[in-house]
Write a protein that binds this ligand. Structure first.
Ligand code: FES
Length: 116
């Protein structure tokens, strides 16, 4: 990645490369790591979003769940989260997901270690 001054957030050192944009189709989920944090990245309604990758209810990797539009369903007990803001749409989870900044730039998907 080239580093230079500019307004493109992909040039910000806080962003890490996830995958080519073409590999993340509508309702797809992919997992990546930022430091020790597991992150789930998804494309919902055309936009890319990133959230903590482990459910807040118990231990379950959300990448194994389903994304339907902006509703992310946990594979274990089927809690639903809004991947845009992490809010709980349906239990049994009660705690929202942490959200991270995700963007597309230069034909790729990027996620920031800064909270969204
Ligand atoms: S572990 Fe996700 S709903 Fe229970």
């Amino acid at each position: 990645m080239q580093h230079s001054e500019g307004t493109n957030p992909a040039l910000d050192d806080s962003y890490i490369y996830v995958c080519p944009s073409s590999e993340l189709e509508e309702d797809d989920l992919i997992e990546c790591e930022i430091g020790t944090e597991t992150i789930v990245v998804g494309r919902g309604e055309g936009n890319v979003y990133a959230a903590q990758g482990i459910c807040t209810h118990a231990y379950s990797e959300l990448v194994d769940g389903e994304l339907d539009g902006t509703c992310l369903t946990c594979p274990l007990h089927f809690a639903c989260f809004d991947i845009r803001d992490g809010s709980v749409l349906e239990g049994p989870a009660e705690t929202p997901l942490r959200i991270y900044k995700a963007i597309e730039a230069d034909g790729s998907v990027w996620v920031s270690n800064e909270r969204g």
